[in-house]
Design a protein around this ligand. Structure first.
Ligand code: SF4
Length: 371
């Protein structure tokens, strides 16, 4: 059914937001005395109640995009992060706010030498000041900076989830290189595959996936999904140099080429992890509405369990983000009369639906005001 993968992804995001970490290894089907990488109980954060989490979707690097990203947070750090606003800090802003001094200092003396021109740093300083996350003043030609607050250490772990509702043998085979990339790179602390299943995933499919990847079985019944763990992941080596696989031989009798790869420094990985966590913080998973058409008269937000999922009244089904665009043949703008029902500034139902999603996102970020 069109849209089912997108819908599945949103349901997994909502489940993770409410229930992370996954249940304990009690339901693990494979028993090997606890010596295997997979059954070692590395799942979750190891806490009873679970850490606060920030969930995002479709995030990653230029080499790898993950469907769902779960950022496990330090509770106090997450509250302090809210002082820097609801929007993500990009890597240039992070460079400035993380190293901003407590006392007034010329920005070139305060900040570490960048590996790009200083003029970009100066632009970032101005942007940070405009967003009120940094103080600036002039001393002659020099711009001095002072931090407003220390940037908190709010990210504990970054977990990647690949969503594959129809996990058959061929899907598992094509997923394998991506998961092997995750394992070799060690950018996320854990990598999982979530799939739709009632009564368990066939063991033969598990054999097609790297042993380090965890498997979540998601009950397809409507409402808030029941999720069980089919296989627990191993912890990936986030603190070690990562291996980025650039090219791999296709295999076969005539392919004698060697794999090409490069090493990635742990400090670079740490920066990328933080940038991904920031984007998850800023966008959350409900930002799907930004690339859809809630201003279409057929667009609805329909409750499914505790989630609000997009629904198209014209198609009488959940629509994908790709098809819900201005080029959709059934797109019809909201009638102007709908917009005049409330105060003009509130707009019509489309705006209201965006506001509802934005409010829900903010509610998951302690320390942010409602609007
Ligand atoms: S008719 Fe098209 S644009 Fe309108 S809500 Fe449905 S999918 Fe989206």
């Amino acid at each position: 059914m069109p849209g089912s993968e997108f819908r599945f992804e949103l349901r997994v995001c909502r489940w993770a937001e409410r229930n992370w970490p996954p249940p304990d290894p009690g339901s693990c089907q494979v028993e090997d005395g606890g010596t295997s990488d997979g059954a070692g109980g590395a799942g979750g954060s190891g806490t009873d109640s679970g850490p606060p989490v920030v969930v995002g979707r479709q995030l990653g690097t230029q080499y790898r995009r993950w469907d769902t990203v779960v950022v496990e947070c330090d509770p106090e750090g997450l509250r302090e992060r809210a002082r820097f606003g609801a929007d993500a800090l990009d890597s240039d802003l992070l460079h400035v706010v993380r190293d901003a001094p407590a006392e007034w200092t010329w920005y070139r003396e305060a900040l570490p030498e960048p590996d790009y021109p200083w003029r970009y740093v100066r632009e970032a300083v101005h942007r940070a000041a405009d967003r009120r996350v940094l103080e600036t003043r002039r001393d002659g030609n020099r711009i001095e900076i002072r931090r407003r607050w220390p940037y908190p250490d709010w990210v504990r772990r970054v977990v990647a989830v690949e969503n594959k509702p129809d996990l058959d043998a061929s899907a598992a085979r094509s997923l394998r290189p991506q998961l092997e990339h995750d394992v070799a790179m060690g950018l996320a602390d854990e990598a999982w595959v979530a799939t739709e299943s009632v009564g368990g995933v066939e063991p033969v499919l598990l054999e097609n996936l790297p042993v380090e990847a965890g498997i979540l079985a998601v009950d397809p019944a409507e409402g808030d999904p029941e999720v069980s763990v089919e296989w627990y992941p191993g912890s990936l080596a986030v603190g070690d140099p990562g291996t980025r696989i650039l090219d791999r031989p296709a295999g076969g009798d005539h392919d004698r080429s060697a794999a090409r790869f490069e090493y990635v420094d742990p400090a670079e990985k740490a920066e990328k992890r933080l940038a991904i966590a920031e984007r998850a913080y800023g966008r959350g998973w409900r930002s799907y509405a930004d690339s859809m058409r809630p201003d279409c008269r057929h667009f609805r937000l329909r409750p499914e369990g505790t989630a609000l999922l997009p629904w198209c009244a014209a198609k009488a089904r959940g629509q994908t983000a790709a098809e819900c665009s201005g080029s959709c043949p059934e797109f019809e703008p909201e009638p102007p009369a709908w917009r005049s029902r409330g105060p003009p500034i509130q707009g019509g139902p489309g705006r209201l639906q965006r506001r509802i999603l934005r409010r829900r996102r903010r509610r998951r970020r302690p320390g942010l005001s409602e609007e």
